[in-house]
Ligand binder design. Structure first.
Ligand SMILES: *[C@@H]1O[C@H](CO)[C@@H](O)[C@H](O)[C@H]1NC(C)=O
Ligand SMILES: *[C@@H]1O[C@H](CO)[C@@H](O)[C@H](O)[C@H]1NC(C)=O
Ligand SMILES: *[C@@H]1O[C@H](CO)[C@@H](O)[C@H](O)[C@H]1NC(C)=O
Ligand SMILES: *[C@@H]1O[C@H](CO)[C@@H](O)[C@H](O)[C@H]1NC(C)=O
Ligand SMILES: *[C@@H]1O[C@H](CO)[C@@H](O)[C@H](O)[C@H]1NC(C)=O
Length: 402
């Protein structure tokens, strides 16, 4: 029941507010010993009816009500609550037989602190942050105290952030092999100290590289260029070099390819043409091989360059194998410019062939139409000729004597 935790705190505040806003009541209370009593859940809790001599019998109430949890009252007027659970929490008050308030106490129930689960992060050589999680839910308000020291050194405070449950140490003695952190958790029922021994150089783990970018390389359907910045928490100093691990794969593949580099940017030479790629970068202290790799940078997606309009770009460019030189920035520019000039020529050639084709077509049209007309005309003439011949022969036949 973690939701139960803040509500008693709020109620205490409200209680104090209402208490301070009612001066008449406060006067009655001045003689009373009032406060908070902490009790162990699932145990028997004894509430005394004040310290002063009391006149028996006394009457106990919880939150103004006479309905009390399972209990007994001892001969000296103390209330013993048996095997308490959370429902026994509240405001207990005892009265004498004339109804005068003798004593009031707020009962809060929970557990004493247990051990903590602690983990420490070392994002650079000058900073340690340890955070913790309680292994026992105490249900009670808690205080912490944390300190830190290298082997054989003085304890130094580890600066606490209670709400986020972590503490920070600046400029730890990095040359010490073993460091000890002790955190003490305390509440109304007790306290517990957790000791953690660790080796800073093994915990050293940079934050992931920042501003990671993956871009196509114009003119190269199998290349991608990856750039990044040092993690901002890592000092930009030659004394602390980082090595970077770049991994990439075509979308859908389960196999990563790797590149290691000390500097940004890096060119991927064997990307799969026309495919979307996943790319990530991580970092590690280059000198200290016991240290840890950072987390991976967020997954980025990029597709290599794919030409402008042509669906079959493979023929337009010289074979990729001919580019084996790795010093990219100097090399790419002239090559890119040649590929750029390649395309307009290609377009011109296309236009020229179109013109030739059109010319040829119009020539065909221009020659066929007159010849067609000529043929039709010739046939018509021949037919005319034939009918004339028939006519003359008929005339001849008619004129012939039978
Ligand atoms: C609580 O009180 C009851 C009754 O007096 C007794 O039987 C029991 O053993 C006590 N439990 C503990 C944990 O002391
Ligand atoms: C008594 O009041 C407290 C708040 O002061 C509350 O948390 C508790 O549940 C109440 N108990 C009962 C039995 O009503
Ligand atoms: C607790 O009980 C006392 C006496 O009955 C009362 O004056 C006080 O207001 C109560 N406080 C709460 C939070 O119930
Ligand atoms: C907290 O730690 C300091 C030293 O680091 C010590 O003096 C103090 O007693 C501690 N307090 C508690 C409650 O443990
Ligand atoms: C080391 O990391 C911490 C936490 O991120 C940061 O506040 C600090 O400025 C870093 N130190 C250097 C020298 O960059």
């Amino acid at each position: 029941m973690p939701g139960l935790f803040p509500s008693p705190v709020c109620l205490t505040v409200i209680w104090f507010l209402s208490w301070s806003l009612r001066p008449s009541r406060a006067q009655i209370w001045t003689d009373e010993v009032s406060g908070v009593q902490y009790g162990h859940l699932e145990s028997n809790v004894t509430l005394a009816c004040g310290k002063s001599q009391i006149r028996l019998p006394v009457i106990w109430r919880l939150n103004y009500s006479s309905a009390l949890p399972w209990h007994k009252v001892t001969s000296d007027g103390a209330l013993v609550l048996l095997h308490v659970d959370h429902s026994a929490q509240g405001n207990y008050s005892c009265y004498d037989n004339q109804g005068f308030l003798l004593h009031s106490v707020k009962l809060r129930l929970g557990y004493p602190p247990g051990l903590l689960s602690v983990s420490c992060h070392v994002p650079n050589h000058t900073h340690v942050r340890c955070s913790w999680v309680e292994l026992v839910n105490t249900f009670l308000p808690t205080k912490y105290n944390a300190s830190f020291r290298g082997n054989g050194q003085e304890w130094r405070p580890c600066v606490l952030d209670i709400t986020r449950k972590h503490c920070d140490v600046d400029h730890p003695a990095f040359w010490q092999t073993i460091h000890i952190l002790r955190i003490t958790e305390s509440n109304g029922l007790g306290s517990k100290t957790t000791y953690v021994h660790f080796r800073l150089h093994e915990l050293l783990k940079p934050d992931p590289p920042e501003s990671v970018l993956v871009k196509e390389l114009e003119g190269y359907p199998q290349r991608l260029i990856v750039s990044w910045n040092f993690p901002s928490s890592w000092p930009l100093h030659d004394a602390f070099p980082l090595v970077f691990h770049i991994r990439y794969r075509p979308k859908g593949s389960i196999y990563w390819s790797d590149i290691y580099s000390e500097e940004s940017p890096v060119v991927i030479f064997d990307a799969l043409a026309g495919h979307l790629h996943h790319v990530q970068v991580r970092a590690r202290d280059e000198v200290n091989s016991d240290s840890q790799w950072s987390e991976w940078s967020p997954l980025l997606f990029a597709r290599p360059w794919e030409g402008y309009t042509t669906p079959e770009p493979a023929e337009e460019f010289p074979s990729e194998d001919s580019f084996t030189d790795c010093s990219i920035p100097d090399n790419t520019k002239p090559e890119t410019s040649t590929t750029k000039s390649h395309n307009p020529v290609l377009e011109d050639e296309g236009n020229l062939s179109l013109v030739v084709l059109l010319g040829f077509f119009s020539l065909v049209v221009l020659t066929t139409i007159p010849s067609l007309i000529f043929v039709v005309w010739m046939r018509q003439r021949r037919r005319d000729h034939v009918t004339k011949q028939e006519l003359t022969s008929m005339v001849k036949m008619k004129s012939m004597p039978i």
